[in-house]
Design a protein around this ligand. Structure first.
Ligand SMILES: NC(=O)c1ccc[n+]([C@@H]2O[C@H](COP(=O)([O-])OP(=O)(O)OC[C@H]3O[C@@H](n4cnc5c(N)ncnc54)[C@H](O)[C@@H]3O)[C@@H](O)[C@H]2O)c1
Length: 316
């Protein structure tokens, strides 16, 4: 199938492209800039188009002929909070451009959109959110994600396109450089010490965080893309499998793996940042994913397994 991945040069985009090209899909990555160091193993195996998702004519041309679009291009949480207007342009207008272009391609066109745990929040939020918990986001990023979920659900109901949306937990462990997500520390506190570098921790160690391992999340995104349409019914939005851990438990898992594998770690130093702690602290730590498991998505694997995978994939 011809698949376009918007925001395709980012963390999840490149991993999805790796998997999809291996199974024979023809993949186009669309991003605002090409990665300066190239696409590594993807070079020559994908088409690369650069442009801005907020430019409608660009998106119309990009999506012509696509059988599916995986829409990842987004301003992320801290970036959206710092610039409301840019978040509206990229996340809301950009999302509409993608959905409109898919509608023009016809009702069988699949759109897989990555929403987020950041849609939940507010003083009345239950300790464990579920599929039907009312989204009351406490940040602009979460608002843009709920709005796009609603567009996608309604356009699917109308039969304009075949939409699917994944509400992702914080995905660890992002290789390379951090991005502008408030949750960036959740990868950094593994990645930096594993490279022998000090990590500055902006949140309290007692904070509980909802996490997903990159291998499981990527596998589940592909499974959601492939779920038969009739199983999805009138709600195309799926809470993704996840696991909950405190920052202390995350550090303990890292230490346990490092000890077992003889790795000398850089240290983790407390460097409180009230803005980051405020955004991340407004998100739920627990999310029911029964529906996802019923649709055939895979459950999470445990923290140590994620650290081991990261070492095998990116360090050794
Ligand atoms: N990684 C996570 O923990 C996580 C959690 C919840 C939701 N999500 C969502 O999943 C998606 C992918 O996440 P990721 O971690 O790969 O993010 P990422 O930041 O690594 O990748 C996003 C990509 O979008 C591109 N982009 C930004 N603005 C653009 C624009 N105007 N036009 C075209 N491209 C643009 C960026 O250059 C980047 O390469 C995002 O929508 C994110 O909000 C991610």
């Amino acid at each position: 199938m011809q698949i376009v991945i918007t925001g395709g040069c980012g963390f999840l985009g490149q991993m999805l492209a790796e998997r999809l090209t291996r199974r024979g899909d023809n993949v186009t990555l669309f991003d605002v800039v090409a990665p300066p160091g190239g696409l590594g193993t993807l070079d020559g195996r994908v088409n690369l188009v650069t442009g801005d998702i907020s430019d409608k004519p660009t998106v119309d041309v990009l999506i012509k002929g696509a059988g599916a679009v995986i829409h990842l291009a987004s301003m992320v949480s801290a970036g959206s909070e710092a610039d409301f207007d840019a978040a509206m342009r990229v996340n809301i207008d950009g999302g509409r451009h993608v959905l409109d272009a898919c509608r023009a391609e016809g009702p069988a066109t699949k759109v897989l959109f990555t929403s987020s745990l950041a849609i939940f929040g507010g003083a009345a939020m239950p300790a464990r959110v579920d599929q039907m918990t009312r989204p009351v986001p406490q940040n602009t990023y979460g608002m843009t994600k709920v709005v796009t979920e609603l567009f996608l659900n309604d356009m699917s109901r109308k039969g304009f396109l075949d939409g699917r949306a994944a509400r992702l937990p914080t995905v660890i462990i992002r290789p390379g450089k951090p991005n502008a997500a408030a949750s960036s520390f959740a990868s950094g506190m593994f990645r930096e010490p594993l490279s022998g570098v000090e990590c500055r921790l902006p949140v309290p160690r007692g904070l509980r965080v909802m996490l997903g391992g990159y291998r499981t999340v990527v596998e589940n995104l592909i499974r959601l893309l492939d779920v038969p349409l009739k199983s999805l019914g009138d709600d195309r939005v799926v809470n993704f499998p996840n696991q909950t851990a405190s920052v202390t438990e995350m550090a303990a898992a890292l230490q346990s793996v490092a000890k077992r594998r003889g790795i000398v770690l850089g240290s983790i130093v407390d460097a409180p940042d009230p803005k980051i702690a405020g955004i991340v602290g407004s998100w739920p730590a627990e999310m029911d994913a029964t529906r996802a498991l019923g649709l055939g998505l895979k459950d999470e694997t445990g923290l140590e397994r994620i650290v081991d995978d990261y070492i095998d994939d990116f360090i050794k």
